[in-house]
Design a protein around this ligand. Structure first.
Ligand code: NCD
Ligand code: ZN
Ligand code: ZN
Length: 347
C-alpha cells in the first residue's frame, strides 16, 4: 500500500548552515527539499553588518552544488552596537529578511548577544518602522532560573515588555518549546508568529534522559515535559497560520555531540520532512502539513509561496536515512527520531 501527498515546496524558517567545510556538507541536505531558508547568523564571529551578510550569502551560493536551487534569506545578529541605519539599508536592498536576537550566553555562539535591552531600543524602533521582523531565541540566561523554565520566564520578563514598548514590531518566537510559548502566540492577534522544530514535536525530556543521556537529542531550548510537546503538536497541526516550520537544523561534529560537554543542536535537515509527514499523519492532520511547511511562513514574511511542489510518499517499507554525513575532517550525526519512518520525499 502506498499513499502520496503533493504540497507546495517547503521553506525552512530557521536554519544553521555554518561555514567552510560544514557549509558545503550540510547545504545540499537542505537544498534537496527546501526552496528557501532563514539563515541563522551565529557564526564565529557573528554576521552583524549588512556587508558581512552579503559576504556570507555569497559563500552560501558558492557552496551550492551545480544544478541545485536554493535561496538563502539572510539575517543580522543583533548586538548592543548594531547601527539602525545599517540594518535599514540591508533591508531596503532586499538583502536581509530579519534580525536575530540572542540573549547573551543563551545558546551556541551567542556570546555577542544582548544583555542590556535599552541599548538596542533604537534598532527595534527602526525595525518596527520599516516592518522588518525580529527573530528571537527566547530564553533568559540568569543562573538562578531553572533551564526548563527559561522560555516561560523570558516571555514574561523580556518578550512581552519589549513588544509592549515597541508597537508594530513584528516578532518570530523561534523554536518554541512550551505550552507557554504557544499560548502567548495564541493570545496575541497581530505581529507575532512562532517556528517549531521537528524534535520538539516528537520528543519530550524523557526521550533525552531516561535510561541514559542521549546527546543527539540535546538542543536549546531544551526538550520539555510531554504536556508541552502535546501543546506544540496541537499548535502545529491546528492550521493556525501563526505557526510554521523552522527546523533549527543545527549541525555539530559528532565528536562535539558525543563529548563530556555536549554541544546543543540536532541535525534534522536530511529527514525533517518525512518525520513531519509521519507525525502529522499520526495526528490525523496530513491536510495541515502544507500550511505548516509551505504557506504560513511566506505569509508571515510577505513572500510568495513556492510555485513548484514536492511529493511525499508512504510505503510499508522503513525509510533508511544515513546515520552520518561527512563534513571535512568530521562527521555529522543525522537525527534519529527513535521510531521507524515510512514516509520519504519522492520528488
Ligand atoms: C543552535 C546552534 O547549534 O547554533 N543550537 C541549538 O541547540 N538550537 C543555536 C540555537 O538555535 O539556539
Ligand atoms: Zn536558538
Ligand atoms: Zn537555531
Amino acid at each position: 500500500m502506498s499513499t502520496s501527498l503533493t504540497i507546495a515546496r517547503p521553506d525552512d524558517w530557521h536554519l544553521h548552515l555554518r561555514d567552510g567545510a560544514m557549509l558545503e556538507a550540510v547545504l545540499p541536505e537542505t537544498a534537496r527539499h527546501f526552496a528557501r531558508a532563514i539563515i541563522m547568523p551565529n557564526l564565529v564571529p557573528p554576521v552583524v553588518t549588512g556587508a558581512e551578510a552579503a559576504a556570507y550569502r555569497d559563500r552560501i551560493m558558492a557552496a551550492l552544488p551545480d544544478g541545485m536551487q536554493f535561496e538563502p534569506l539572510m539575517t543580522l545578529y543583533l548586538t548592543e552596537d548594531t547601527d539602525p541605519e545599517d540594518v535599514a539599508a540591508a533591508h531596503a536592498s532586499g538583502l536581509i529578511k530579519a534580525v536575530k536576537l540572542y540573549p547573551a550566553g543563551a545558546t551556541t555562539n551567542s556570546a555577542s548577544g544582548v544583555t542590556n535591552f535599552d541599548k538596542v531600543r533604537a534598532v527595534l524602533e527602526k525595525m518596527a518602522e520599516i516592518g522588518l521582523p525580529l527573530c528571537v531565541h527566547g530564553e533568559v540566561t540568569d543562573r538562578e532560573i531553572d533551564i526548563f523554565d527559561r522560555e516561560a520566564v523570558f516571555i514574561d520578563r523580556i518578550l512581552d515588555p519589549v513588544r509592549q514598548s515597541t508597537p508594530g514590531l513584528r516578532v518570530v518566537m523561534e523554536h518554541i518549546t512550551t505550552k507557554n510559548g504557544a499560548d502567548y502566540v495564541l493570545a496575541n492577534e497581530t505581529d507575532l508568529g512562532a517556528t517549531i522544530t521537528v524534535q520538539h514535536l516528537i520528543l519530550d525530556r524523557n526521550d533525552m534522559l531516561v535510561g541514559g543521556m542521549r546527546p543527539h537529542y540535546y538542543c536549546l531550548p531544551i526538550l520539555k515535559r510531554a504536556e508541552h510537546r502535546e501543546a506544540l503538536l496541537a499548535a502545529a497541526t491546528s492550521g493556525d497560520a501563526r505557526f510554521f516550520l523552522g527546523t533549527d537544523s543545527a549541525p555539530h561534529p559528532t565528536h562535539a555531540k558525543e563529548s563530556e560537554c555536549c554541544s546543543a543542536g540536532c541535525f534534522t535537515a536530511p529527514n525533517a520532512l518525512p518525520i513531519l509527514a509521519q507525525t502529522f499523519e499520526k495526528a490525523s492532520a496530513l491536510d495541515k502539513l502544507e500550511g505548516f511547511t509551505s504557506r504560513h511562513g511566506p505569509a508571515f514574511y510577505g513572500l510568495p509561496v513556492n510555485t513548484d511542489t514536492i511529493t511525499l510518499t508512504k510505503s510499508d517499507r522503513v525509510t533508511e536515512f544515513p546515520a552520518k554525513i561527512d563534513a571535512g575532517d568530521h562527521t555529522v550525526t543525522v537525527f534519529d527520531p527513535g521510531f521507524p519512518v515510512y514516509w520519504t520525499v519522492a520528488s
